[in-house]
Ligand binder design. Structure first.
Ligand code: HEC
Length: 205
C-alpha cells in the first residue's frame, strides 16, 4: 500500500519537476543571471507560463499522463532490487561453513570410490532412487527415512541415525552391520576410502 501511494506521488513530483525544468530552462542561476541582464523581461514572461504549466500538467496527469508517468519510473525501482533478491537463499547456508549450499552442490564431485556406490545410488539433490535410495541429504537422517524408496524392515528397525561412526561401519560391511538389509554390497575395506565417502556424504546435503 505504501509503495502504491508513494510512487504516484513521486512520479507526479518528478513529472512536475521535469516540466518545470524543461520550460524554464533549468537552474535558478540562469534565471538569476538573466534577471540581472536588461533583457530580464524575456525570462520573466517565460517564467510565468512555466509556473502555470506545472498545475496544468498535474491536472492533465490524472486522465492521461498518470499511467505513462507511473509506467516509466516504475520499472526503475523494480529493476534495481529484482536482481538482488536472487542471492537471498544464503541465510539458509549461514549455519554451514560453505558459502551457499547451491554453490557447494554445483561444485561437489564425488570421490572416485563413489563409483562403486553409484551403481546403486544417486547422490544429487532431487535425483531419484536407483537400486538404492538417492543418498543426497542422507547424513544426519534416520536410517530408512529418505522418501521415495521402499527400505527393508531390517534397516528401518535399526534405529540408526547416520553419522561418521555408523556410516563407517555400514560402508565397511552393511550386511554384517544390519543383517537382512537390502543393500547387497560386500563393503569397502580401505578406511581412507570410507572416510572420503563419508566426507562426501556430509557435503551432499
Ligand atoms: C548393489 C546396490 C548397492 C550398492 C553397490 C550400494 N548400495 Fe547403499 N543401499 C542399497 C540399498 C538397496 C539400500 C537400502 C537398504 C535397505 O533398505 O535395507 C541402501 C542403503 C544405503 C544407505 C542408507 C540409506 C538410508 O536412508 O538409510 C546408505 C548410507 C548407503 N546405502 C550408502 C552406500 C554407499 C556409500 C555405497 C558405496 C560404498 C553403497 N551404498 C553401495 C544398495 C546399494
Amino acid at each position: 500500500m505504501r509503495k502504491q501511494t508513494k510512487i504516484p506521488a513521486l512520479a507526479l513530483t518528478a513529472a512536475a519537476a521535469l516540466a518545470l525544468a524543461a520550460c524554464s530552462g533549468g537552474t535558478p542561476e540562469e534565471a538569476a543571471s538573466e534577471a540581472a541582464s536588461p533583457s530580464a523581461a524575456t525570462p520573466a514572461s517565460e517564467a510565468a507560463p512555466a509556473s502555470e504549466a506545472a498545475p496544468a500538467s498535474e491536472a492533465a496527469a490524472t486522465p492521461a499522463p498518470a499511467p505513462s508517468a507511473s509506467a516509466t519510473p516504475a520499472p526503475k525501482p523494480e529493476a534495481t532490487p529484482s536482481p538482488k533478491p536472487a542471492p537471498l537463499p544464503e541465510p539458509k547456508a549461514a549455519p554451514k561453513p560453505a558459502p551457499s549450499p547451491e554453490a557447494a552442490a554445483a561444485a561437489l564431485t564425488p570421490p572416485a570410490s563413489f563409483a562403486r556406490c553409484a551403481v546403486c545410488h544417486n547422490a544429487q539433490k532431487g535425483a531419484g532412487a536407483k537400486i538404492g535410495p538417492n543418498l543426497w541429504g542422507v547424513y544426519g537422517t534416520k536410517a530408512g527415512e529418505i522418501s521415495g524408496f521402499a527400505f527393508s524392515d531390517a534397516l528401518k528397525a535399526s534405529g540408526l541415525t547416520w553419522n561418521d561412526a555408523n556410516l563407517d561401519e555400514w560402508i565397511a560391511g552393511p550386511m554384517k552391520m544390519v543383517p537382512g538389509t537390502a543393500m547387497g554390497f560386500p563393503g569397502i575395506k580401505d578406511p581412507a576410502k570410507r572416510a572420503e565417502l563419508i566426507t562426501f556424504l556430509k557435503q551432499a546435503r
